[in-house]
Design a protein around this ligand. Structure first.
Ligand SMILES: [Zn+2]
Length: 333
């Protein structure tokens, strides 16, 4: 049994309460490797933003669970070495699929887990989520549940259509399961292809596709049922078109990749949304930077010379998200 507190990590309880009342959201950035982790920690330490290091089941298998635990512990020490005296860092399991996966994470240093029973019939989702909460809470670990289904593909999670969260289910779900936060579906989706061109309108001036707006009426209806309860948005990358253009102009192929406009996420962060998940944007920043090096210097074969610029680009992206989109800078002095 590895207690997350011994690694210097915190759970999300206090951080979410402050975020909901403060009108900002905590960034949840996914990571699989050292460069992503360095960029996340540097960005959080420089801006003094609380941060959630998020790991999917696929990432856990990729990085190795044991190595991952020491990376998280190392991240806390690295943050301190950057002058961040009391780092507020959460290690969170993204899309836990079974009780066993969640238990394994609780037992191995995670301070927060998600149990995603959103694809199950309602009563089964309640039962599974409650079982995870009972175990996790006994160890001081916070739990995120989900109601409603997001479209898109993320590691092993995929669905070809979304179902908005039913606001009439949230009170019963929260009360019976004991979850600490709730992921809802209001039109965000996983991956870099969040909308088809047919779903979008064309901005004549820029020639860009403009996606349909998020269902803020659903978010408002949920908030009215459980005021002040921490809400989570998955699939909230904005798919910056400058990265898509860079990738496509340098041999890549990402036709019509499109995300959630940052103004919409800013609006959600000011409401009861207290955790916003961003993964695809960091993948795009990394890929664009690596392609740029290979295009400009075809002879380069030192990984530090292309992963270094990728790390710098991700750090820039994370800082932009923290300051301009989530508003979490300066909230963990
Ligand atoms: Zn997700």
């Amino acid at each position: 049994m590895v207690d997350y507190k011994s690694l210097g990590l915190v759970n999300s309880k206090e951080m979410f309460a402050k975020a909901v009342h403060g009108g900002y959201a905590i960034p949840a950035f996914n990571f699989n490797n050292m460069e992503q982790l360095q960029a996340i920690i540097k960005a959080a330490a420089d801006t003094k933003s609380p941060v959630i290091l998020q790991v999917s089941k696929g990432a856990r298998n990729y990085a190795n669970p044991i190595l991952l635990r020491f990376m998280a512990q190392g991240a806390v020490e690295y943050a301190k070495s950057l002058g961040w005296e009391k780092p507020e860092i959460v290690l969170h399991l993204d899309h836990g699929d079974t009780f066993e996966t969640c238990k394994d994470c609780v037992d191995n240093g995670f301070s927060s887990v998600m149990i995603d029973g959103s694809h199950l019939p309602y009563e089964e989702n309640v039962a599974l989520t409650k079982k995870v909460c009972d175990y996790a809470h006994a160890h001081g670990v916070t739990v995120e549940g989900e109601l409603g289904v997001l479209a898109g593909v993320e590691d092993e999670v995929s669905s070809d259509h979304h179902t908005y969260t039913d606001p009439n289910e949230v009170v019963d779900f929260v009360e019976r399961t004991g979850v600490d936060s709730l992921a809802i579906s209001i039109g965000t989706s996983h991956g870099a292809y969040k909308f088809t061109p047919e779903q979008c309108t064309l901005d004549e001036k820029t020639g860009r596709l403009v996606p349909p707006p998020l269902a803020f009426d659903v978010l408002e209806a949920v908030e009215a049922k459980i005021p002040g309860f921490p809400i989570v948005l998955h699939g909230s990358s904005s798919v910056p078109q400058e990265y898509v253009d860079m990738i496509n102009s340098m041999g890549g192929k990402l036709p019509n990749a499109i995300g959630i406009p940052e103004e919409e996420l800013r609006k959600a962060a000011k409401m009861d949304v207290c955790k916003i998940n961003i993964d695809s944007d960091s993948r795009l920043a990394m890929t664009a930077a690596v392609r740029k090096v290979f295009t400009e210097k075809p002879g380069e074969f030192d990984p530090r010379k292309y992963l270094g610029p990728a790390r710098d680009e991700m750090e820039k992206l994370y800082k932009h998200k923290i300051v301009a989109v989530l508003g979490s800078d300066g909230k963990a002095e």
